[in-house]
Design a protein around this ligand. Structure first.
Ligand code: KG4
Ligand code: ZN
Length: 345
């Protein structure tokens, strides 16, 4: 089954063609990072307008790169939730139009489900039951899957998402957007034990990341002998390069530790054969190394290839394939709606 997957929920316009959920025939991603970097974050209206310009060329390129025509496509899948309203509207409208024009079965998919299925794109077949840490700019969840297309949320964040925390800490340190890769790079030359940052004591398998962000802010203010009322934008350019690296490294060390500790707790309560990472933060190499170190003896450990960690269309096509295999029926493209917020289904 050859599926064209379309993704536009945030700031990447993406389309890919995947065979049987695992074999990538093409993968086209147009990132808006350079546009939003000037503002230090995603501007929803700008994102929607950029998607409008990019969506059709991206879809066309996914076909030409795969050397296929519409006749070869068996189904179309698209992210319809969650995400930025304007961004979702552009991708879903394009996908609905193509599905109607070319009379293709149509599969709307959930963005977090797609991130999880990015793990199948590398040709791996993670065994069930499994624990998936879905860690992105907008989400932090631990999901227990007993089988394909079956999701139990067993832990979630009570405030900021982990990726959001990376992005906000990067801003405090004066590092460019997106914060995750900037922090990871700055941390390479830093001392991860230089600053002791607190581990939030949240009961059960939930997370809290807003306190960690504030702890970095307070530690920076203290280092610079500034009052706690000093706004974060006034801290820029006051730290030395080494201090920035030490803060980035200490923060990354703590964020990774929080996640690993929760996954350890989760794996005790919910026996699993595999543990996998999903979502943009799964690109973090220190996290990958720590996960492997902590779980490789007891579990199969998976993370997506780096280019499939962040938003892409291939993961959308893969998720739709496994949904269809599990019995999900196609949706009427005339009826599809979008939803900015929703739990994984
Ligand atoms: O999954 P994604 O592309 O979009 C959302 O669905 O949110 O994730 C984007 C998030 C951003 O917060 C970004 O800073 C973070 O993933 N990220 C990283 C790294 N690469 C991207 N965080 C930590 N380390 C990285 N190497
Ligand atoms: Zn995402």
């Amino acid at each position: 089954m050859i599926i064209l997957g379309i993704e536009s929920s945030c700031d990447e316009t993406a389309a890919a063609i995947v065979e049987d959920g695992v074999k990538i025939l093409s993968n086209v991603v147009v990132s808006q990072i350079d546009i939003h970097a000037a503002y230090g974050g995603v501007i929803p209206e700008v994102a929607a307008r950029s998607h409008i310009e990019a969506i059709q060329p991206v879809i066309n390129k996914s076909l030409t790169d795969a050397n296929l025509t519409w006749n070869d496509i068996d189904a179309i899948a698209v992210t319809h939730t969650p995400g930025l309203v304007g961004s979702l509207l552009v991708g879903t409208l394009a996908a609905r139009t193509e599905a109607i024009l070319h009379n293709k079965p149509f599969y709307p998919t959930h963005h977090l489900k797609s991130h999880i299925y990015a793990n199948w794109l590398s040709g791996h077949q993670p065994e069930f039951p499994l624990l998936a840490a879905v860690i992105s700019g907008g989400h932090t969840q631990i999901i227990y899957m007993k089988r394909h297309d079956h999701f139990d949320i067993i832990g979630t964040t009570r405030d900021d998402a982990i990726g959001e925390c990376f992005d906000k800490v990067a801003k405090i340190l004066g590092l460019p957007y997106p914060g995750g890769p900037s922090i990871a790079k700055a941390a390479e030359t830093g001392d991860q034990h230089k600053y002791h940052l607190p581990i939030p004591q949240v009961s059960n398998l939930d997370f809290s990341f807003s306190g960690l962000k504030t702890a970095v802010l307070r530690a920076v203010q203290k280092k610079l002998n500034l009052p706690i009322t000093t706004p974060s934008h006034e801290l820029k350019n006051l730290l030395t390069e080494q201090q920035i690296s030490d803060f980035a490294s200490s923060f990354q060390f703590t964020a990774v530790k929080i996640l690993i500790q929760k996954l350890q707790k989760a794996s005790t309560a919910h026996p699993a054969k595999s543990i996998l990472l999903a979502g943009g933060v799964s690109a973090n190499q220190v996290l990958r190394d720590e996960l492997t170190k902590s779980f490789a003896k007891t579990h199969q450990v998976y993370f997506p290839e780096p280019q499939y960690s962040t938003d892409n269309g291939a993961m959308v096509a893969s998720a739709a394939y496994f949904s269809a295999q599990s019995g999900d029926q196609p949706t009427d493209p005339y009826q599809l709606d979008i939803s900015p917020r929703s739990v994984i289904y």
